[in-house]
Design a protein around this ligand. Structure first.
Ligand code: BTN
Length: 327
């Protein structure tokens, strides 16, 4: 109910909307409208009321709420997300999503937190998650495909995130570092962690975790990350609306997920290669077989990175192996 009121008020871009019109549109009394407006105010929305003119939206909470996210997702016609749970503080959104998935939560369940006390990254790293500054979210997928397709989903997620961030944070030049870090000028702004559970080699579910350093300032990062991490706010010089970023991501993700399910990995591979900052630069690689210098040249059909070694041989690299930041 108040999603719709919010939607109508937002459409007015700060102008008044009469109580009469709202009550006609929602088919409820003006007193009922007023009660819904009070609820929105309690949730942090600033709404000016005038007896003569009606209501107008003057401010929104800087908070990721199911209300705001639902509205934004609806406006982009995203249908993948079926339920949204927002928390003030959690250990890790991955843990919550995993518990829900084990309890049978469907594909499209989204967990979002304002803060994580034990946010985790790939390879056992921590994910810096200060309150109200970033996007920390995990969502459940149940793609029903063989386990070995999981790396492709990781690359698809990176492409979706890169396209979304390029659109909300234009003109920043954001690129993908193998396999799924997003960088601006060599510094990381976002990371993706896909954790999957399989049964008899088939994926039971995948938890896709996304961390985006949106409005963090330099002080929010520990000193050891100052040279290698940044935020969209730092780079752009202004804060960004986090719910808009979440909605843009799912808009991109849904489109690519449909393409992937229809046409397979080939179109995703092309997009990933076009956005990559890892390719065609000789780099030190830490492979399972040891350290070597090689030049990444593209992805193979499975989603492994292909790198040409100095002796001309081409080796596939899997996402469990490490490629240092592009310099
Ligand atoms: C990485 O770059 O190593 C991946 C970072 C993934 C961080 C996100 S934040 C939301 C979700 N919850 C976590 O604990 N981790 C992921």
């Amino acid at each position: 109910m108040n999603h719709r009121i919010l939607e109508l008020l937002e459409q007015q871009s700060g102008a008044y909307l009469s109580g009469e019109l709202l009550s006609q549109e929602l088919q409820i009394s003006r007193t009922a409208i007023w009660k819904q407006i009070k609820k929105l105010e309690e949730a942090g929305y600033q709404i000016e009321a005038s007896r003569r003119l009606g209501y107008r939206l003057t401010g929104k909470p800087d908070r990721l709420s199911p209300q705001e996210l639902t509205l934004k997702l609806q406006s982009k016609e995203v249908t993948l997300i079926k339920s949204i749970r927002c928390f003030d503080s959690v250990d890790s959104t991955q843990n919550i999503a995993q518990r829900l998935a084990e309890d049978g939560a469907p594909e499209g369940t989204l967990i979002v937190a304002e803060q994580q006390t034990s946010g985790r990254g790939r390879l056992g790293r921590k994910w810096v998650s200060p309150s109200g500054k970033g996007v920390y979210m995990s969502f459940i997928l149940r793609p029903g495909m063989p386990l070995h397709f999981a790396p492709q989903l990781t690359l698809l997620t990176a492409v979706a995130l890169c396209r979304a961030l390029r659109s909300v944070a234009a003109p920043l030049d954001i690129g993908i570092k193998w396999p799924n870090d997003l960088l601006i000028g060599g510094k990381k702004i976002s990371g993706i962690l896909l954790e999957s559970t399989a049964e008899e080699e088939r994926l039971r579910y995948v938890i896709a975790g996304i961390g985006i350093s949106v409005n963090l300032t330099a002080d929010d990062f520990p000193p050891e990350l100052h040279d290698i991490a940044t935020s969209l706010r730092n780079e752009l010089g202004k804060p960004l609306d986090r719910s808009e970023i979440v909605a843009s991501f799912f808009d991109q993700f849904e489109q690519l997920y449909e393409v992937y399910q229809r046409e397979g990995f080939a179109p995703i591979k092309m997009l990933w290669e076009a956005l990559s900052v890892t390719l065609h630069k000789p780099t030190r690689l830490f492979l399972a077989s040891g350290e070597t210098i090689a030049t990444p040249i593209g992805l193979n059909e499975q989603g492994a990175l292909l790198a040409r070694k100095s002796d001309g041989t081409i080796v596939p690299i899997f996402s469990s192996e490490q490629v240092p930041p592009a310099g």
